[in-house]
Design a protein around this ligand. Structure first.
Ligand code: DHB
Ligand code: MG
Length: 222
């Protein structure tokens, strides 16, 4: 079997996306507006948005925590995966992103399920203590803080909480022990924590899609 070239995996991604995801005006408008506003095109690929959505449904999640909203593309997928009365709390550090995200979740028809908390994760997360535990946590923000976010995911979750971490492969750089890129080092520290911290049991999958070669870690809070 030949190793995939970027052309192969983009073609396959387009094929799978067309077959299994199709088109959704709420999601596509969210991406279009995000691009128009000049935000970076770093939202998850449609196949991975659907993965988040299905894992929310498969795990029966009602309360979801997302760290890193951007334009709310993944937020909309997650909100559509929880029942009426459920909630996605999503944390965004950039006021303009949060404003755009608000418009996008409202237009996608999930505004009543989404609470956007403006601020840096490390500042907002402690304010969530004492509430009902989160059933699903999606970490997709500044990679340098992944260990802080994982610690909060365990503290704000419960045994059985599902934790997903975006961008865990970064074109293969994650396996470079000599990297000096602080974001890659942040991803490495997060994965090391998932391997060692007794609060988690975890795996990670490599992904090839419209966003290139990357990966997602999936952990269970035990
Ligand atoms: C990038 C991609 C992401 O999904 C993210 O969360 C942050 C950065 C990137 O490609 O730079
Ligand atoms: Mg990401």
């Amino acid at each position: 079997m030949a190793d995939p070239t970027p052309d192969t995996w983009r073609r396959v991604d387009a094929y799978l996306t067309e077959l299994l995801i199709g088109h959704d005006p709420g999601l596509e408008r969210a991406v279009a507006d995000q691009n128009h506003a000049g935000l970076p095109a770093i939202e998850v690929a449609p196949v991975n948005g659907k993965l988040l959505h299905l894992i929310a449904r498969m795990s029966g999640a009602r309360r979801v925590l997302e760290i890193g909203t951007l334009g709310a593309y993944s937020t909309i997928w997650l909100a559509r995966g929880i029942p009426a009365g459920g909630q996605v709390v999503t944390i965004e550090a950039e006021p303009l992103n949060a404003e755009l995200a608000r418009a996008n979740v409202d237009r996608a028809g999930v505004g009543d399920k989404v609470e956007i908390r403006l601020g840096r994760g490390a500042d907002v997360l402690p304010t969530l203590e004492g509430g009902e535990p989160f059933d699903l946590v999606f970490i997709d923000a500044d990679k340098e803080s992944n260990t802080i976010y994982l610690d909060w995911a365990a503290r704000l979750g419960r045994p059985g909480t599902v934790v997903m971490v975006d961008n865990t492969v970064r074109g293969g750089e994650v396996a470079n022990p000599a990297t000096e890129n602080p974001q890659i080092i942040g991803v490495q520290r997060g994965l090391e924590m998932l391997g060692r911290d007794p609060r988690f049991d975890a795996t990670a999958i490599q992904t090839l899609d419209a966003k290139g070669y990357d990966g997602i870690a999936i952990a269970l809070v035990v």
